[in-house]
Ligand binder design. Structure first.
Ligand code: NAD
Ligand code: TDX
Length: 351
């Protein structure tokens, strides 16, 4: 792991992963962060890192993973030996309203990266392609069951169908071309730098601003929550010790109903903002189409084979996350405002 191409490193999990690597004193590799800076990518999430490390083992490139010449050029120029592929259109609701970008980035983009790696890597020795995927590829889990690595794929949304498709491409490249690849399918992440379109940051910010808290359907849908830094530690372990061709499921053993999460956030906001009353803000709205009822991950394989364990309890992680969004208004305002995109257009031309 010397010259790492990280795709989607300006997004939620990618930016946390880059910080995770660069804060580790034992890490002596070089990182190229390739990100298109869509509405979901935000360089402010890496401002501290860039100030200290830009040009010193860290480089940002604004570009599209679906642009083959660009990707091939980066492999060559930076002698890339490792890919950690986060870049994706990631929001289920957006995929329902406009699936085309999801097909382009999640399927064509992943294909491009695989093909550029195939063309560039003459031998699999010392190379690794790690593909970040999701538990949503398995569809909805029946009560009492949890997804294993052998669970059948049964995606419900255009988002999860495109992620499933990209997983299949990665596996096909392993079997057909001997691509030294691994895949991880992770459950719902939470933590700092997550776009406020997603449940937890949306509810924290709306509750703190006295805005409505929209719960899809009856609020009984269950997600399995994992702190983003516990996901980062899983990815790092897979890169170091994971077996080529294998898939690892990563989850928090932390199933919660959406309504329970929102009620907890309300209680935390009321505690932190005396006078604010949140219960009346909860509003049940029309359900998401194709809404999976429950996700649950069985992560015994990564625990057993690689010794991974999540370190943060949900109580502690959620409280820290609520505090982070309340303390980082500058980041929130930048993500929400069109001014930020104008600044990006001015300072970062597309490669
Ligand atoms: P995100 O939406 O916060 O970030 C995605 C990043 O990819 C953004 O910075 C965006 O600008 C970039 N991007 C989008 N299209 C691109 C393109 N064509 N070329 C280059 N860059 C592009 O997403 P996230 O929540 O950080 O998710 C990262 C990965 O993890 C995704 O592959 C997602 O499917 C997977 N995942 C996410 C979760 C979760 O709970 N957030 C859980 C499991 C798996
Ligand atoms: O306003 C809302 N109201 C609501 O009830 C939003 C935004 C969400 N929800 C519900 C839908 C889901 O049951 O909350 C749950 C979580 O929703 P999201 O935050 O949109 O996440 P989800 O659809 O579960 O997908 C997330 O986890 C898996 C990520 O966005 C995916 O990229 C990842 O693969």
């Amino acid at each position: 792991m010397k010259n790492i191409l990280i795709t989607g490193g300006a997004g939620f999990i990618g930016s946390n992963f880059i910080r995770y690597l660069l804060l580790d004193e034992r890490f002596d590799g070089n990182i190229v962060n390739l990100d298109k800076l869509t509405y979901a990518g935000n360089l402010m999430s890496l401002r501290d890192v860039a100030e200290r490390r830009e040009g010193k083992g860290y480089e940002f490139v604004r570009g599209d993973i679906a642009d083959y010449p660009l990707v091939a050029d980066l492999f060559k120029k930076h002698r890339i030996d490792t890919v950690v592929h986060f870049a994706a259109e990631s929001h289920v609701d957006r995929s329902i309203h406009g699936p085309a970008d999801f097909v382009r980035t999640n399927i064509v983009g992943t294909f491009n990266l695989l093909d550029a790696a195939r063309a560039s890597w003459k031998s699999p020795e010392g190379k690794r392609f790690h593909h970040i995927s999701t538990d949503e590829v398995f569809g909805s889990a029946e009560a009492g069951t949890a997804f294993t690595e052998a669970s059948p794929y049964d995606p419900s949304s255009p988002y999860s169908a495109t992620k499933a498709s990209s997983d299949h491409l990665v596996r096909a490249y392993v079997r057909t071309y001997g691509m030294p690849a691994t895949i991880s399918n992770c459950s719902n992440n939470y933590g700092p730098y997550q776009h406020p379109e997603k449940l937890i940051p949306l509810m924290v910010l709306n509750a703190s601003e006295g805005k409505e808290l929209p719960i899809y359907g009856d609020g009984g849908n269950v997600r399995d929550w994992l702190h983003v830094l516990d996901h980062c530690s899983a990815i790092s372990l897979i890169l170091k010790k994971g077996r080529v061709g294998e898939t690892y499921n990563v989850g928090g053993r932390c199933e919660k109903r959406n309504i329970e999460i929102v009620e907890r956030i309300c209680a935390m906001i009321e505690q932190r903002m005396p006078g604010r009353k949140c219960a009346g803000l909860i509003k049940h709205v029309t359900d998401r189409r194709g809404h999976d009822r429950r996700y649950a991950i069985d992560s015994r394989k990564i625990e057993r084979e690689l010794g991974w364990k999540p370190r943060r309890s949900f109580d502690q992680g959620l409280a820290e996350t609520v505090d982070w969004y309340l303390a980082n208004r500058e980041w929130v305002d930048a993500v929400r405002s069109g001014e930020y995109m104008k600044w990006i257009e001015k300072n970062y031309s597309m490669r």
